[in-house]
Design a binder for this molecule. Structure first.
Ligand code: 5MM
Length: 338
């Protein structure tokens, strides 16, 4: 493990007022996102879209990391630079989703598990040579009456910790993403209970596997009521989320970069702002690693048409700026109109 290498990546990624853009949708997910605007997903349409995101002028002011999907690492923008080089040009660190997606956990009905550990070290060496400096792995937990089970929580934590240890050994900063879904009709207390159990298990597993907490980033869900039932206001979300984080996340972790998880873009910004207002002196940076909540307005503006590229980039930049204000606890709803 090269400590200096990992420290320099963390220093470039963890900066007040900046966050991460997740553009690492796997093939089925990006196909779904493109279908919502009538665009067919193929190598070329994905190249155009991700080049557009990485090439957004000014994005580096608010974004310090860009998570890519494998194929994007050696795709080229129209200016003939690679997508990772386009990110670096704005001091945005390129990273890579390295998990291979989720499957049902055998003999554990309702639990899921993420695949991809076999050959991970070898893959990381290739990704690093292509410019990636950090990695991301997501474990997914659905909520139901007896789900996730204790066994499911333990198995998922073990996967995240093993992945993180391999990343650090290979000189890539791991983003550890345990996502407790907001799908369904659970109340906010149940989401808090599951999120707490999941995060406790994850940090115990990280300790067992000697993962250096100072050299990783946590990408958790916020604590929310099930989205089919009701929306909570930002102060309630921030209170419930901070209660869990304070119990589970050691102060050594430098940055907590939330996923948006199906929240509306404005909702995700307002919730982040409340978090930073309620915890201005939190030991960790409270920021974003949003996918949908950053990309959705830009996708709507784009519609797959070259003549809309600038409008799409402006929509992305606007969301990134508003989230930057939320990272400082300075966002106000009326700023949406400017
Ligand atoms: C961007 O989507 C990522 C990959 O998801 P799939 O493997 O399902 O295609 C995903 O891990 C994403 O980074 C997180 O869920 C955060 O994105 P959101 O949209 O929830 O902010």
């Amino acid at each position: 493990m090269s400590l200096a290498e990992l420290e320099s990546t963390i220093a470039a990624m963890v900066q007040k007022g900046r966050g991460i853009l997740a553009a690492d949708e796997s093939a089925p997910t990006i196909a779904k996102r493109f279908a919502s605007i009538g665009v067919v997903s193929n190598e070329e349409s994905r190249r155009i879209w991700r080049s557009l995101l990485a090439g957004t002028e000014g994005l580096g002011e608010y974004i310090s990391g860009l998570i890519l999907f494998e194929e994007s690492l050696d795709q080229r923008t129209d200016k003939q630079t690679s997508i990772p080089e386009a990110a670096w040009a704005q001091k945005i660190v390129p990273g890579i989703k390295v998990d291979k997606g989720k499957i049902p956990l055998a003999l554990s009905p309702g639990d899921l598990i993420t695949q991809g550990l076999d050959g991970l070290a070898e893959r990381l060496r290739v990704y690093k040579a292509q410019g990636a400096r950090f990695a991301k792995w997501r474990e997914v937990y659905a909520i139901d009456k007896n789900v996730p089970s204790q066994h499911g929580i333990a198995a998922n934590a073990e996967m995240l910790a093993r992945y993180a240890a391999v990343c650090q050994a290979e000189g890539l900063v791991p983003i550890v993403e345990p996502e407790v879904l907001m799908d369904g009709c659970h109340d906010i207390e149940r989401h808090a209970e599951v999120t707490e159990a999941v995060q406790q298990a994850v940090f115990q597993a990280l300790a067992r596997h000697n993962v250096v907490l100072e050299l990783m980033i946590l990408k958790p869900n916020m604590v929310l009521p099930g989205k089919e039932c009701r929306r909570a206001d930002p102060d309630e979300v921030a209170r419930a989320t901070l209660n869990v984080l304070k119990r589970c996340v050691p102060a050594a972790v430098p940055s907590i970069n939330f996923l948006s998880g199906g929240q509306e873009p404005i909702e995700a910004t307002a919730n982040l702002n409340a978090l930073n207002q309620q915890a201005p002196n939190a030991p960790w940076q409270l920021t974003i690693s949003y996918g949908r909540a950053l990309q959705q307005p830009a996708l709507q503006a784009w519609q797959g048409k070259a003549e809309n590229s600038l409008a799409a980039q402006q929509a992305l930049l606007k969301r990134a700026h508003l989230n930057h204000l939320a990272m400082l606890g300075e966002y106000q709803a009326d700023k949406e109109d400017n």
